[in-house]
Design a protein around this ligand. Structure first.
Ligand SMILES: [Zn+2]
Length: 125
């Protein structure tokens, strides 16, 4: 994954704030994906970097937490609307139990994420 791909993928996953290398006393906070995303530069593929949405020294703690909360709420809303759409389709068709529905949804969601990741990757290959 290159930098552009890491950035696109970061919009599809939840975020969190983190202290910078100066520790909890510092005024700033970093914003990163909850699960780390690694990227490398095409000319040096062995050298992996961890992607940060906002790096150290740019945002104060309160603003960083506000942005993360907005992003994560939006992420959850999109996820919930996928769930609702799935449930509607399933309800209108064959009977299916709750567990099967959850499994199907999880598969769809993971598929969607990996598909988008693949599309982003393909653009470069
Ligand atoms: Zn700092």
């Amino acid at each position: 994954m290159n930098f552009e791909q890491a950035r696109e993928y970061s919009f599809l996953v939840p975020w969190k704030t983190m202290e910078c290398f100066s520790g909890p006393e510092c005024w700033c906070r970093i914003i990163v994906p909850v699960e780390p995303i690694y990227y490398s530069h095409p000319e040096n593929p062995e050298n992996k970097h961890e992607y940060a949405i906002v790096d150290a020294g740019a945002l104060d703690e309160r603003t960083a937490e506000h942005i993360v909360r907005l992003h994560n709420e939006n992420y959850e809303n999109i996820k919930q609307s996928c769930r609702d759409a799935m449930k509607e389709i399933i309800d209108s068709m064959i009977p299916i139990n709750e567990k099967e529905m959850v499994d199907t949804f999880e598969k769809l969601w993971q598929n969607k994420q990996s598909k988008i990741a693949k599309i982003v990757r393909k653009e470069i290959d």
